[in-house]
Design a protein around this ligand. Structure first.
Ligand SMILES: NC(=O)c1ccc[n+]([C@@H]2O[C@H](COP(=O)([O-])OP(=O)(O)OC[C@H]3O[C@@H](n4cnc5c(N)ncnc54)[C@H](OP(=O)(O)O)[C@@H]3O)[C@@H](O)[C@H]2O)c1
Length: 283
């Protein structure tokens, strides 16, 4: 049976309906031949993906935003592109947090230019957490102003705690929280629950990578993950991804890959249904 990203159902980000199985574009920038990434992006759309995560600072051999533009324009009407601001990378590739109102406007305009759009569907304010001195009020307020200007349709926040969500929601509507979360990284269990209670999408990154983070897919699989994988004829990476989608209807997946076979395996996860016994074992 053909797999489709819609098999896991949909979620509404503000006024935009997306399939819960999406695509993260951080991993597509490394190949010097842009056609490889373009092929993966077009295949994702063919398989029903209509939610793509990106950032203007995702670049190696190519910029993710520019690959998305090359691959997907004219953009399908139902495509929602979520991007992130709060950082930039200099020409040497070094990362800098930059979230003054002026910085944020520049980053929004950079995203608009590279994606070839007149507005951004969803923009996440991506922060670094520093206990006691990491208020997001000024930065999120600046993005709310850009939203009021029509440059941004919806806002989200990334790498945050519950108190950041409280702070942001007092300023403007928040459609999503994008944080590091996986079957073996459960620090956000409470934030995930709070998001669900408030109708905010929770979007985990590193669901497959786990503790390997930027290094790629983890090979550290628990016995339970391996057992459930064998029972369902899935790979352990697919089980990790499927587990996230079972944590609530408001959880959206954005697995990243530069490989079409992995892409197809990830989209197939949209159709995976675990039993209560599977979930108890995985818990
Ligand atoms: N907000 C933030 O701060 C933040 C931080 C990091 C990432 N993100 C976003 O979240 C998305 C997801 O994170 P991610 O891409 O870093 O990690 P991920 O989706 O957890 O895992 C991606 C890694 O796993 C491999 N992989 C993917 N599918 C696989 C499969 N079916 N079988 C085996 N290996 C597989 C990929 O390698 P191959 O290319 O070889 O498949 C890649 O190395 C990113 O693409 C990005 O859009 C956001």
């Amino acid at each position: 049976m053909a797999v489709n990203a819609g098999d896991a159902g949909t979620w509404t980000l503000g006024d935009r309906v997306v399939n819960r199985m999406g695509f993260g574009s951080m991993r597509i920038t490394g190949n010097p031949d842009p056609q490889v990434a373009i092929g993966v992006l077009r295949r994702a759309i063919e398989l029903g993906v209509n939610h793509i995560d990106t950032a203007a600072y995702y670049f190696e051999a190519n910029f993710a935003t520019e690959l998305i533009r090359s691959a997907l324009t004219p953009y399908p009407d139902d495509l929602v592109i979520t991007t992130k601001v709060g950082f930039f990378r200099d020409d040497a590739g070094d990362w800098h947090e930059a979230r003054s109102p002026e910085n944020l406007r520049e980053q929004v305009e950079d995203n608009l230019r590279r994606l070839g759009r007149d507005h951004l569907d969803v923009v996440n304010l991506r922060i670094i957490k520093r206990a006691g001195r990491d208020s997001i009020a000024e930065s999120f307020g600046a993005l709310a102003d850009l939203r009021a200007e029509g440059l941004i349709r919806h806002l989200g926040i990334s790498n945050v705690r519950v108190d950041h969500l409280d702070e942001a929601q007092a300023i403007a509507p928040v459609v999503c929280v994008q944080n590091n979360y996986a079957i073996d990284n459960r620090a956000d269990d409470e934030l995930l629950r709070v998001c669900g209670a408030r109708g905010v999408a929770y979007v985990p990154f590193f669901a497959i990578a786990g503790s390997a983070r930027e290094g790629g897919a983890t090979s550290d699989h628990s016995e339970a993950v391996s057992a459930v994988a064998a029972r369902h004829d899935l790979s352990p990476h697919q089980v990790r991804l499927a587990w996230t989608l079972h944590q609530g209807d408001h959880v959206l997946a954005i697995p990243g890959t530069s490989n079409q076979t992995h892409l197809e395996q990830n989209i197939a996860v949209a159709g995976v249904r675990f039993t209560d016994a599977d979930l108890a074992e995985l818990a």
